[in-house]
Design a protein around this ligand. Sequence first.
Ligand code: C2E
Ligand code: MG
Ligand code: MG
Length: 555
Amino acid sequence: MITDIVQAFIAFLEKMNNAEDALDPNIVGDAVEDILRLSNVARLKITYYENEKFEGTDNRVTYYVYDKAGFDDEKLFDRRITAANGLVVYEFDHVMGAEPWSERIRDRLSLLTSMLYVFNSRQMLKQVADRFGYFDDAGYHNLRFFITQLSRLSRIRGLSGLVAAHFNLRNFQAINNQVGRKNGDTIMRGFVDGLEECADCEIPVSRIGGDNFIMAFETDKIDKVIKYLSGTVVSFGDGYGESVQVSASAGLYIIDDDFVLVEPSDLLDKVMPTSMIAKNSGRDSIMFYSDELVERKKHNATIQHLLPEAMEKEEFQVYYQPKIDIITNKLAGAEALCRWLHDGRLVPPMEFIPILEKNTDICKLDFYMIDHVCRDIRKWLDEGKKVVKVSVNLSRKHMLDVDLVKHVMEIIDRHNVPHELIEVELTETTTDVEFTDLKRVVGGLQQRGISASVDDFGTGYSSLNLIKEVPWNVIKIDKSIVPVDSDDERSPRSVMFKYVVAMAKEMGLECIAEGVETEAQVGVLKRNGCDLAQGFFFDRPLPKPEFEKRLDGNN
Ligand code: C2E
Ligand code: MG
Ligand code: MG
């Protein structure tokens, strides 16, 4: 026959064995309850000292794991030294007025402490082992640690009221290059420590690789954290010039009340894509998660995925927008603009070109466009049409391609198109590297008789150097500096327009105004000597058959 006490011990062993945390006072209390009740124990106090030498000091953690009845003076102590020189003291109090503990009961309680000690030690060892797995090589807490801690918080008090964030340090490579690796490490550490303090983090900021981190903090710290991430001066020494400005791009997720953390991906799927979008957006370097944002990311991925098939099925079409000589009112040229006929809808370029520009997909599309334009020109020439020069847009992404000129020429020559009928439009660039490449590309094209125009002049970093150093043939003045009807002659736009046209002409460059929409604007162009225009006032970008009619009218 199994007695009650044996049954109580079996239940105890089972509970402790299955316990996720065998040091959790609630779990221990529940497991020992039956044994203690059957043994006239009123209270069980467990005290942990990190080191035996702390015994009797305040440097300890104490739990009353069981506290059910009044007690008298009868007590039982048990001291156990752990493998790491720690100390655990178990202290039993006798139920007041109950029969004094017999020798058997004392042995029984001693057996219980032995067992508890085994479970406690096992848990402590597990914690030490876990701790080893919780840091990366540089001593930062890692993702495993972060998620474990967040799960713990989630169990204890839920996660609502917290914000989770993923952030990436901006230009950290450049900082490393500037100050050296060792100082770079100091700076990173300084930035992270300062952030933890500013955000009052309960869980340390954890590194998930390179200069990427994850963190969680209370909602009321959002403003402080954003300010900190947007730019903070961190020093790496006391000397003059030994500090740098560090900033980060970040994705923040204000944790929903009904959010449940089952797997790390539940959280990472929210903060990481948001942070990526923030990093790549160029403008808002800190963004909040929203379903819409992540939908957009999915949408982008879909477009990238659809591209090869869409090109194969020839879903992309060339629209031609006429360029007009405003003195003769004749067709002087055209710009090839891409349209995507997808699922019965005509998708404008702004909906897919920026997405394709996130990698080099755009280059495939540009080559496709050149190929189609050359095919059309060849056909028109063969039909005896009076063909005008057509410009094609080339993304800046092509600048990485050292054989760009060769690739462009191959397509043009494959269709046997006279070089003077093709022009390439390139937008202004913002970096030195691209600038050098731009000179090489434009020069190379020009040597082969292909003209080049600087597109959207006036929207970027329109530098005089760009005009001076790169051998352009044409300046396309962006519509943002073409005077509108409400501008008078002294408005900044009018002045800029006037002098850009004058400069271009003086330098022997062709000059065309984009986005001309009204008759009055045509007047302004004439007065300033800008003889070429492109814009809705004359024509919208036209589908091929319509543009062919314009070519016929040109004869
Ligand atoms: P872009 O090269 O500056 O082309 C001119 C844009 O201005 C065209 O927009 C055109 O439709 C629009 N536009 C023309 N006249 C007017 C006007 O009077 N008023 C206004 N408000 N707009 C006018 P679209 O076709 O939507 O193209 C937008 C941009 O997409 C282009 O700007 C170009 O940067 C890019 N793009 C279009 N096709 C291609 C392509 O095949 N390859 C590359 N890399 N980029 C392309
Ligand atoms: Mg253009
Ligand atoms: Mg333009």
